[in-house]
Structure formats: C-alpha cells, structure tokens
Design a protein around this ligand. Structure first.
Ligand code: F6P
Length: 337
C-alpha cells in the first residue's frame, strides 16, 4: 500500500484545510493509500511529530480557516530553528525512511517550494501544492488563499468608502504583500480605490497629491488609497502611516490610515478557494498515484496541471505594468503612483 506524508508550512491562509481534505479524501478513499499527517510543517518531520489521518478526521474542513496540521516557518536548509547542531536535511531524509513514506506532500508558499525542490534534488519523492494569500508563486495563475484575502480586503475598502465620504477624508489602507502587489491591485480595483500603490511600481508622492487634489476639483472631496505593505517607505515600518502623513502634507486634506494585517489570513475560504483547494488536492493525489514526483500542482487558465519543482523554485511572480487591471485602471484615471 502506498503511504504518504502531508505537511503544511509557512504562513497559514484560508483553504489549507480544504486542500488537506482534497488530498487525503482522494488518497484514502479513491486510491487506497495510507496517510500520515505531519504537524507544524518541516518541524514535525524533524521531531517526528506525526499522526495517522483517517476519513473521520476529514469532516468539517472545507470552510475551516487555518490548518488542522499546524504550521511553522522552520527552514530545513537554514541553520537554527527547532533543532540546531544537526544536519537537518539528512535527518528529514532518514525520518521519511523511518516512517516508510513513499511520497511527501508539501503545501506551502515560496519558501516551501524551494525546500521541496531541494529535498526532491536529494532523491525524496515530493508533490507540492502552492499556498499563499500573496499569489506570488511562479508557475500558477492563482494560489488558493488569494481570492479569500482579496475578498476580505475588498470588504474593508467598501467600508472605508462610507466613512471617507462622510468626513471628506483621504483613507489609506495597507494590505499584505511584501514583494508582490497582487492583493493591493485586486482589492484596490474591486473596491474602487483612487490610488493603488504596489511594490513593483515606483511612486511619486507629488503626483499622488495632485491626483487627489484633482478629484477634489471635480467635486470628490474624499479618496481611497490602497497600498501594499512592501512599498518604499523611507525605512518606516508601516506603509500606511507613512503614506497618510505624506498625503496630508501634500494635499492639506485630513488623512487617516488602517493597517488590515492578519485578518486577511484568517477565517473561511471563499467558494473559489474551496474549489481550487479541492481540485489541487485531488490532482496532487493523482500525481502520486501516477508516480510523477518532484512536481508542483498549478492552475493554468481553467485547468489544473503541474510543473517540475526545479522550474519554480527561487522565482517570484510579480505584477507587471501590462496587467489588464493596471491598463484599464489607468484609462479610468486611477493613480498607480
Ligand atoms: O503569507 C504571506 C504573508 O501574509 C505576507 O504577506 C506577510 O507579510 C507575512 O506573511 C507575514 O507573516 P508572518 O508574520 O507569519 O511571518
């Protein structure tokens, strides 16, 4: 009988449990495999914190936030972490052997994909699934968690509109995204933001001020500014307070800021993410059944496919200025900096 291990690593996000459900139900019920859950990401593989997964464990997971297996930011190829003074990659290889695993399923973001690629290079049978609200994993059109985060951020922006217009204020909202501005772009456009700033596009604060004053001249005395956390801030910790201060200085309009934070990562996944998770999880089990290892499941267009981990690792999927939302947004007068 094929025996697989499954772990979730890196930051949590909506849809992980739905993905675990997709992998495990298909592996147990359809392919007749045995499944071992590994707790707290790679940490659990180092400390042998494992538990068998049975069908009974897989109820109520579709809409459950977080991860039933727990997660950690343990990086086996970096020194330190839970166990020091030990060759962590070799320990992982021997623990996988001790557990009798034929394949390891890794659900995680960019760091996890890199670790998975390196372990695959050492001869471990691995299938991985892309997970991040940031949507910055190269090779897949979307990762699950992103649509949920965009939905949460869009709801927040909608709510800021009414208070912005009542008080005739500029409202700055900071959303997640250190290197990639996908959440800011998608939620900013869906929420009708007037200024959207992302790490990929350098901005000019005078131009932003002018666009807000231009709106004022057109009888719109309030504006919504959506910023990704990773934009340039002159060394200041948070983007939102920095930009709010600069805008107030430039325009003389009262400006307030909101940092949305971890709310974007919590709670139930959207129906889109639930179905993406289900599909990706099921396809991961299918890859294992076919003996196709060293691959990450991807969404391309409407189809689920897979790519070699060696092609993905170390790359980032960033927003480019020819993205249709930016092209159309600019034509509609939205300022991207
Ligand atoms: O999951 C990605 C992400 O949400 C980033 O956008 C964010 O900056 C980061 O995780 C923070 O996570 P943590 O505090 O768990 O390291």
């Amino acid at each position: 009988m094929t025996k697989i291990g499954i772990l979730t690593a890196g930051g949590d996000c909506p849809g992980i449990n739905a993905t675990i459900r997709g992998v495990c139900k298909t592996a147990l019920g359809y392919y007749g495999m045995e499944v071992i859950g590994i707790r707290s990401g790679f940490q659990g593989l180092l400390t042998m914190d494992v538990t068998p997964v049975t069908d009974k464990d897989l109820s109520g997971l579709l809409n459950l936030g977080g991860t039933m297996l727990g997660t950690s930011r343990e990086k086996p190829f970096k020194k330190g972490g839970i166990i020091s003074d030990v060759d962590k990659p070799s320990l992982i290889m021997s623990n996988v052997k001790r557990l009798g695993l034929d394949c390891l399923v890794c659900i995680g973001g960019n760091g996890t994909q890199q670790t998975a690629a390196r372990l695959a290079g050492m001869g471990l049978n691995i299938v991985s699934i892309p997970k991040t609200i940031d949507n910055d994993i190269w090779g897949t059109d979307f990762s699950f968690g992103f649509d949920s985060a965009v939905s949460i951020a869009t709801d927040a922006i909608d709510r800021l509109h009414s208070t912005a217009s009542s008080h005739k204020r500029v409202m700055v909202i900071e959303v997640m995204g250190h290197k990639a501005g996908w959440i800011a772009l998608y939620s900013g456009m869906a929420g009708g933001g007037d200024v959207i700033l992302i790490p990929e596009i350098p901005y000019n604060i005078h131009r932003i001020g002018e666009s807000i004053l231009e709106r004022l001249k057109r009888g719109k005395p309030y504006s919504i500014v959506v910023v990704a956390e990773g934009i340039q801030t002159d060394g200041r910790k948070h983007a939102a307070p920095y930009i709010a201060e600069e805008i107030e200085y430039e325009t003389g309009i009262e400006t307030r800021e909101t940092v949305l934070g971890y709310i974007q990562r919590g709670g139930a996944p959207t129906p889109f993410d639930r179905n993406l998770s289900t599909r990706m999880g099921g396809h991961a089990a299918e890859l294992i059944a076919r003996g196709e290892f060293g691959r990450m499941v991807i969404l391309r267009g409407c189809d689920i496919a897979s790519l070699p981990l060696s092609e993905i690792a170390g790359k980032l999927k960033l927003v480019t200025e020819d993205h249709d939302l930016i092209v159309q947004g600019r034509r509609m007068g939205i300022c991207f900096g």
